[in-house]
Design a protein around this ligand. Structure first.
Ligand SMILES: [Zn+2]
Length: 335
């Protein structure tokens, strides 16, 4: 079998998980539509089918005012699922992922990017959970009620008391704690209090590209020690200091983290539709099979490739989505 045939076969059999895309906000703004293949944007259903996406994390956050915008985008996500019932299925329990696969649908996992969407209230976190949100990045680049973001580094601030309560409540509800965009002191605060694996949904290795959004070696090792996963971000500025990033730079970041911390701690977090341009060779979600081809070319075997494409994130989803305490959950009908 040729390398291309083998790559295509492995990719078709993979459960591909992408831990970060901002597509919903773009579609809500009218930039393009999910149901047809577009020449603009990075993610739509036909192209996600070509990329064999099994689970896509979609952010439901946008510009201010954050709380109503997040509520609006959750509604928008539900309306998109209603519009494409043969293609999309909401993921609120781990079993939904397997069901979506069996039904031939793409699993949508709703994620908040930036805890300002909570408006400083734990009750809103619980309400977003009731609405199906299953992951949250504690901050975007700036400070909020939970913690400082990476671009608010002057104060050297970490988690607030509220931020620590949010982390504990997220673990108890069965939500994935995401440290991408979080300040370094905030990162270490999360690491100190986390009882479950946590993720960096869309961050790369600082050793290969010195950008504040990327993770130091100690951060990468800490995420791995907790059983977590780092999703590689396709943003060219986070891939290469020289610019002109290509798919090979994406593979280099995967390879670096796999060698440093273990192949079971790296995955994909494309940031599609949140980045203004893409690496050469990864112009849209339809190009994801090229990652499999490149990994084969670098000597990765089938098991390692399947883990990187999604198996690792599936392990964390399974570990985190089981609620520790069901007391907060009112039985819901949409599950
Ligand atoms: Zn981001």
């Amino acid at each position: 079998m040729s390398t291309d045939d083998l790559a295509a076969k492995i990719h078709r059999g993979a459960m591909v998980v992408d831990a970060h895309a901002d597509t919903l906000a773009e579609v809500a703004h009218g930039a393009f539509a999910l149901g047809r293949e577009n020449q603009v944007g990075h993610w739509d259903i036909p192209r996600a089918r070509l990329g064999n996406v099994g689970v896509q994390f979609f952010t439901v956050t946008d510009f201010a005012p954050h709380v109503p915008r997040a509520m609006e985008l959750v509604d928008f996500a539900y309306r998109q699922i209603a519009a494409f019932p043969e293609d999309l299925r909401l993921i609120t329990r781990y079993e939904d992922i397997l069901d979506a696969r069996n039904e031939g649908k793409i699993g949508m996992l709703l994620s908040i990017e930036g805890g300002e969407a909570l408006g400083g209230e734990l009750g809103l976190l619980r309400n977003f959970h009731r609405l199906g949100v299953r992951a949250m990045g504690l901050t975007w680049n700036r400070r909020n009620e939970l913690a400082d973001g990476v671009l608010d580094a002057r104060s050297k601030g970490g988690l607030s008391e509220f931020g620590a309560q949010v982390v504990a409540e997220m673990e108890s509800l069965g939500m994935l704690v995401d440290v991408s965009h979080l300040s370094e002191p905030g990162f270490w605060d999360v690491d100190a209090i986390a009882n479950r694996p946590y993720i960096a949904s869309h961050s790369n290795a600082r050793a290969l590209c010195d950008h504040p959004r990327n993770l130091t070696d100690s951060q990468i090792r800490a995420i791995a020690a907790r059983g977590g996963v780092i999703g590689i971000n396709f943003c060219p500025e986070f891939l290469s200091e020289e610019g002109n990033a290509t798919i090979e730079d994406v593979i280099s970041h995967i390879d670096y983290i796999a060698r440093l911390a273990g192949v079971e701690h790296v995955g994909l977090g494309s940031d599609f539709d949140g980045i203004s341009h893409t690496p050469k060779g990864l112009e849209s979600v339809a190009r994801l099979p090229q990652i499999t081809r490149e990994l084969l070319g670098r000597g990765y075997g089938e098991d390692a490739i399947l883990a990187i494409l999604g198996g690792n994130f599936l392990r964390v989803l399974e570990a985190c989505m089981k609620p520790a305490a069901a007391a907060h959950n009112i039985p819901s009908t949409h599950q």
